[in-house]
Design a protein around this ligand. Structure first.
Ligand SMILES: Nc1ncnc2c1ncn2[C@@H]1O[C@H](COP(=O)(O)OP(=O)(O)O)[C@@H](O)[C@H]1O
Ligand SMILES: N[C@@H](CCC(=O)OP(=O)(O)O)C(=O)O
Length: 386
């Protein structure tokens, strides 16, 4: 885990997210000059022994320019069509740029649904490992042509954060058109000043973050802060750095005061818990009594059927459910039993489960390894057992 700027030099696996603001402009379309320059820098980082994954934006922006769909809001289908036009332009540009160094690139198009599915998540992870082992650069984007809002990552900053989990990166760098988070939007306030380091993301930082600066950016600083939070909670250090300043990325990795650095908290979640908290859709609710609430929150225990007072929804074994205590939601986790089974075994002790069901697959309803507490209830390190 990277704890300060000096330790950035030890980052072995880095996810580089490149924003549309850098890759497209209304006049020239794709910025081949920017791609060539960034690729030269990335090539050197790889020669120095690092694995690099690119998460690229720009497909919609480039498609808009190519189709002359500028200056107006696009419909969902127009955005999907624009992405289909822009994506091959991106891959061709990266392919040529890395080709100058004799290096091959690979395209990985993902949707949120892909990463929600544990098997597909692991497939994406194994594919990237295989690509690293042969020196190929995985280039990831959202599969925009097929996604609708409920299966969308939303923006590529969040996709970058999740990819850094999939590939078990040490560092996520978000390259954009500004050299970090400022205390106010620098596009509007000339006297805004850069925040160099954030060890705990707080509400005051969220208030600093405004919208996208260019007509092609989507999430602005707000989505970068959300991504930084996803990454750092899972033990991945994050940074926002300018992709416009030549050499800024390399300087970041040699410990210089570039951009904004987001340091990881001590209470890092396991990657599996991160998958549960960030990606899974909840299929129901399990309501628990005060005793179970205390056992889960204060002693880090698994949730047992004996503490359950109600169950809502229809779900299967292995589905993700919300855990609701007497004072509200305390977390979520993977259920070992179906909703139908829980109706029968709630309030029962472990000894009684087999009597009621005729079998007992698990003593716990949600094992502590599959249980993630909500932010407000994050446990102290000694309770996580990690
Ligand atoms: N507090 C802030 N500090 C820095 N930039 C900010 C801030 N608030 C808003 N922004 C805007 O965020 C923009 C970067 O986000 P965005 O346009 O979405 O970039 P990208 O396409 O690289 O993801 C900057 O150009 C800047 O105008
Ligand atoms: N998948 C989209 C990403 C859009 C997006 O998030 O853009 P940005 O805010 O520039 O990172 C595309 O390629 O256009």
């Amino acid at each position: 885990m990277i704890r300060n700027r000096a330790e950035l030099a030890s980052a072995r696996r880095v996810v580089i997210k490149i924003g549309s603001s850098l890759l497209a402009d209304a006049e020239h379309g794709i910025r081949l000059d920017v791609i060539d320059r960034l690729v030269d820098e990335l090539q050197q980082l790889m020669v120095d022994g690092r694995d690099i994954v690119i998460v690229t934006s720009g497909s919609v922006a480039l498609g808009r320019v190519r189709l002359d769909w500028l200056g107006r809001e696009l419909t969902v289908h127009e955005k999907q069509a624009a992405a289909a036009v822009g994506q091959p332009q991106l891959m061709s540009a990266y392919g040529k740029a890395f080709g100058r160094h004799g290096r091959c690139v690979a395209q990985m198009l993902l949707t949120k649904d892909d990463l929600r599915n544990r098997r597909r998540y692991l497939n994406a992870s194994n594919t990237s490992e295989t690509l690293f082992s042969v020196g190929v650069v995985p280039i990831v984007n959202e599969n925009d042509t097929v996604v609708v809002s409920e299966i969308k990552f939303g923006d590529n900053d969040s996709l970058g954060a999740l990819v850094s989990l999939v590939v078990e990166a040490d560092l996520l760098v978000m390259l954009t058109d500004v050299d970090g988070l400022y205390d106010r939007n620098p596009a509007r306030h000339a006297d805004a000043s850069r925040i160099s380091e954030i060890s705990h993301l707080e509400e005051k930082h969220v208030k600093m973050a405004g919208d996208a600066g260019s007509s092609f950016g989507t999430g602005g600083m707000a989505s970068k802060l959300i991504a930084a939070q996803i990454a750092t909670r899972a033990g991945v250090t994050a940074a926002i750095v300018s992709g416009k300043n030549p050499g800024a990325l390399t300087r970041l990795l040699t410990g210089e005061d570039e951009g904004t650095l987001f340091l990881c908290g001590e209470d890092r979640q396991t990657r599996r818990k991160h998958w549960i908290s960030e990606l899974l859709r909840s299929a129901g609710e399990i309501h628990i009594d005060r005793g179970a609430n205390r056992a889960v929150l204060e002693q880090g225990c698994s949730l047992l059927p004996v503490g359950v007072v109600a169950v809502h929804g229809v779900f299967d074994k292995g589905d993700c459910v919300e855990i609701i205590g007497p004072d509200g939601k305390i977390g979520r986790g993977l259920s070992n039993y179906t909703a139908e089974e829980i109706h029968k075994i709630m309030g029962k002790t472990s000894d009684e489960i087999e009597e009621v069901l005729g079998y007992m697959d698990f003593t716990s309803l949600i094992h502590r390894d599959n249980l993630v507490l909500s932010d407000a209830h994050q446990p102290s390190a000694e309770h996580t057992g990690e």
